[in-house]
Write a protein that binds this ligand. Sequence first.
Ligand code: F3S
Length: 741
Amino acid sequence: MQIITGKQGGFCLGVRLAVDTVIDSISKYGKIYTYGPIIHNKNVVEQLKENGAHPVESLLGLENCNLVIRSHGVPPEIYDECRKQNINVIDATCPYVKRIHETVKANSDLGNEIIIIGEKHHPEVIGTNGWSGGRARILYSEDDVDALPQLSKACVVAQTTITPEKWDEIVTLLHGKVRELELSNTICQTTVKRQEETIQIAQKADIMLVIGGKNSSNTQKLAEISAKYCAKTYSIAQLEDVPLAIMNPNDIIGIVAGASTPDGMIREVITIMDELERVEPVVSSDMEEIKPVECALEPEVEEIPVSAEMEEKESVECALEPETKEIPVVPAEPEEQTMQEAEPAALEDDFAHSIDKTLVQIRPGQVLKGNVVQITDNEVCVNIGYKSDGLIPRSELSLEGDVNPRESCKVGDEVTVEVIKVNDGEGNVLLSKKSVDARKVLNKYVESVESGELFEAVVKEAVNGGLVALCKNVIKVFIPASHVSVRFVQDLNKFVGQTLQLKAIEVDKKRKRIVASHKLVLQEDMKHKEEEVWSAFKPGDKVKGKVMRLTDFGAFVDIGGVDGLVHVSDLSWGKVKHPSDVIKPGEEIEVEILSLDPERKRISLGYKQCLAKPWETAVERFPVGSIVEGRVARIVPFGAFVELAPGLDGLIHISQVSTKRIDKVESELKPNDTVRVKVLEVNPVDKRISLSRRDVLLEEQHNDQVESDKNADSAEEIIEIPPVQEAKVTLGDFFPPSEDK
Ligand code: F3S
């Protein structure tokens, strides 16, 4: 069942003022009188009477008493009579009605004809007529206008609760009767809004309930308007009038209320609907007796026009919202309210509360306090002051998961609970303590986040402009792209699935949404680490670091939150064309802190300083007589320098370049050639290494000759099958005496 309620329900401004005035007067004077029932609502009038406000229809016998004038207003003679009888008048005439009185009096004093469009027996019209000296012509039908003589000029006002159509209808007719009309549309904007809203709701509803007193003019007009658009329109003066028997679970029920209907009564009707939703529809034999309100007016589809004057009145005085909205029965933000708070003993004599205390006020989502009255293995029974006790199932007891109800509380404990269902199908109110606790934790959490505490959230998706993450599985967090990292991030998708530490930039507590920054967290972290680095390190320290990025002039290495620079000249003992020849981004390396400049926030690092110096190990790495490979680094007139290792070059003297005599090194070698050379001498003190290419070539020639001889011998054996003979070969057979040796 769907319930649509109007926004314009409850007392209007005038009725609210009148009721408040009566309540104030009772507390001030004790017994008081009201000139007629203060509002058209029997229950409220009865309550007021019980508390000391007695309605009277005449002033007889009221000498020296206190009298409240109701919102409808009265003719001036009543004030005169009160003065005569020394009656203390407490005037609660609605300000809008008072303004009509002033208009009428001013025009009447000028001798103008006064026309009131309204019902002549309505107290408001009677009161207004009084301010014209009782001379006003009161019109409500075409016949009334017909009976009117031709007039030269007239001031026209309206009863505040007539419909705009009625105003238009009569004014149109008046044009044929009055030469000069001075129109003062005094229909109350509250009334207009309620009527407009009633049309909108009635068009959607299967059943319309118009709540308010049978003798309330504005309520009855609402019922008539509603009946034009919804055949099943019912006037509800008391709860018993609600036609429960004809309601079905799929019905859309529209609820509107007159200006003198207390909020509490509207809530009570909604509660009944809410309970009905949980039971099977009942077909009653009384159905025939329940009669919908008859449509007294012809159906019309045009919108009710709103005059400029009415609009002005709305903005200045009524300040009520013009739209009709579907109001969910469950409020968006449930307020914590104890049943004791709803009917506090201390306020027993407060009339407003004494009205409220008769009302049923629980609804799903409401948070209440109650006392534990019984505990079983599976549930806790709580007295929440409602007609039936509430039950907290074991599963709804604690955020900690499954707990033993007997261990989680004891009889008499006060607990705060949320209403899950008003009726669980067996007449029990279903409650949850867990959801209240969860909300508290969540609120506390949001507060801590708002105060600047860091929090974590899991990134769910990359969207246009940033990341969307979820904190505690319920709080939506948006991280703008500019706040994702301290560096520009090309592809935000790589963060999806990651848990990020965040700091809030903006918190929407109500909607539980946070805009947060990961960058701020990283920056703070870097700041701390930087401070640690500046105080912890000194030149000469060797630290581990991670290569972050390379440039032409060196490599930036993170040494624990701070980046230092390894200049290209400090990457290797040898010559380096580009840092990438030595290290790669992401590589973990050891570096030496060469210098620290806290003011300029600069750290110089050395990589080669952590490697052995080439000459210190040259003897071991390149023993004399060994044959090694190297790259021709440069050629000079007397030979060629060969790089054996970074920072370690040896010299092939020109005489050792070839097996034959050469005039120019270039005839045999060129820069960057890879050559095999024999180590002739290593002198780490003078940092010199002598190399010979010639020796290597000679040895290779010798080896080739030996190999070739072996092959020749094998071939002969196969052909002639000669007896095996030992080859007698000496090195002297192959090596001519060397000039250089
Ligand atoms: Fe006054 Fe309008 Fe109510 S005229 S009494 S505020 S309906």
